[in-house]
Design a protein around this ligand. Structure first.
Ligand code: ADE
Length: 418
């Protein structure tokens, strides 16, 4: 079997780590058991480009249990857990192409290796499979039923493709399921981003000025958790509604040019390019720590930073020191790549349980409904979303009320009095 991982001998460590992750993934476990009986993906080749983590291993096992033939590559050069890659190869015969720290050329070669399987279905986190298919591997399009997309940035790219009429197969936007973004983006990113920043720097967050660029679901989670650790949170935004929400959530809101002068920590989570630019880096305090937790490292203008830098050195793993011409030092974490996956282990399994339950059920939905789907970006069907919430609550031992018949009638009629 063809594969490319760092060291197959790491498989034992991967096995234990995946066992640990499974303990917090009850919903995906239920789906895996059903898939093993019903085989809803039988005969389908599924190419996946995801962060290669213990949670992703659980998803790959689920898809394989459902009858799919799967291949996996990384959706970010720094997010692979090498022991997980080895585990999937050794214990599940799943061809994995992913090595933590791979260079750009290897990263794209690995995507190409997944596409060489001629997938019927794609599963992306950031739309790299879909964009390579639409640019360099158009020959594959006729065999593809559809795909799924995990993250906000990927959904933005895919909606742009659909809008300009170039998208050639249907996509289910897993990111937009409520059981995904309300939990993974908010609580997952909130916790794992701080985890990454703290593991990389071992700095105290309490009493610091923590600048968060963007105020979408991921940023809200980070702001909440940074505030909880005692930081003085500053938010920058371009959207007046989100900015207003940040103000009313109790944070200071100001332009990045002003925030640049007062921040101790900076973190971008916008999905856009050049959010922190050269003119901001030069205004930062000596010792400012800069990271990104948005999907791509383009949020930081690192070329601009290099242009005003006298020298660089690696101070500790994931911490690069840039000494500017002014003599001030700026520290960039994890090459500006997703800090929660570069320096920590990504979102905890408990939230990935719901995200990946959405992935597995969306793949099943695609397989069953392919004839009725157009070349568009679709939401995850509401009944799937609600079922995942119901199963998660049940697994957590949380019970909720049901409407009384009178309440139900009241909600569905307009004639009843107030
Ligand atoms: N994205 C964020 N955290 C993740 C994780 N733990 N596994 C896979 N994808 C992720």
């Amino acid at each position: 079997m063809d594969y490319d991982v760092k060291d197959i001998k790491l498989a034992e460590q991967g096995k234990l780590s995946v066992e640990w992750a499974y303990k917090s993934m009850p919903v995906l476990t239920l789906i895996r058991k059903r898939f093993a009986k019903e085989k809803p993906l039988k005969g389908l080749r599924l190419g996946a480009c995801l962060h290669v983590t213990t949670e992703t291993a659980s998803l790959m096992e689920t898809l394989k249990a459902g009858g799919a033939e799967v291949r996996l590559c990384a959706s970010n050069p720094l997010s692979t857990q090498d022991y997980v890659a080895a585990y999937l190869v050794k214990y599940h015969d799943i061809p994995v192409y992913a090595i933590k720290g791979e260079d750009t050329e290897t990263y794209y070669r690995h995507i190409a290796s997944v596409l060489d399987m001629k997938p019927h279905m794609t599963m992306d986190d950031g739309a790299d499979l879909v964009s390579m298919i639409h640019s360099k591997r158009k020959d594959l399009i006729k065999g593809i039923l559809g795909g799924t997309e995990e993250t906000t940035t990927g959904v933005i790219r895919l909606r742009a493709m659909a809008k300009s009429g170039v998208l050639r197969f249907p996509i289910i936007a897993v990111n937009d399921a409520q059981t995904k973004y309300m939990f993974d983006n908010r609580y997952g990113t909130g916790q794992s981003t701080l985890d990454g920043i703290i593991r990389a720097t071992n700095r105290l967050v309490a009493g610091s000025v923590f600048v968060i660029c963007g105020y979408g679901w991921c940023s809200r989670g980070l702001a909440m958790r940074a505030h909880g650790l005692g930081a003085n949170v500053v938010v920058t935004e371009i959207d007046p509604l989100k900015a207003l929400e940040a103000v009313m959530d109790g944070y200071r809101v100001m332009p990045i040019a002003e925030a640049a002068e007062i921040g101790d920590f900076f973190c971008t989570l916008t999905g856009n390019i050049d959010v922190i630019r050269r003119e901001h880096f030069v205004r930062m305090k000596d010792g400012a720590i800069v990271s990104n937790s948005g999907h791509f490292n383009v949020e930081l203008d690192l070329e601009g930073l290099k242009g005003v830098t006298r020298k660089t050195r690696m101070l500790r793993e994931f911490v690069e020191e840039f000494t500017l011409r002014s003599g001030r030092r700026v520290y960039v974490l994890g090459e500006g790549r997703l800090i929660n996956l570069a320096a920590a282990e990504g979102h905890p399994s408990s939230v990935m349980d719901m995200s990946f339950a959405n992935q597995a059920l969306s793949a099943e939905y695609l397989a069953k409904n392919v004839k009725s789907l157009k070349k568009q970006v679709y939401a995850v069907p509401q009944d799937i979303d609600r079922e995942i919430a119901r199963l998660k609550l049940a697994a957590m031992g949380v019970r909720i009320d049901a409407l009384t018949p009178e309440q139900d009638k009241y909600l569905h009629s307009w004639e009843m009095g107030t």
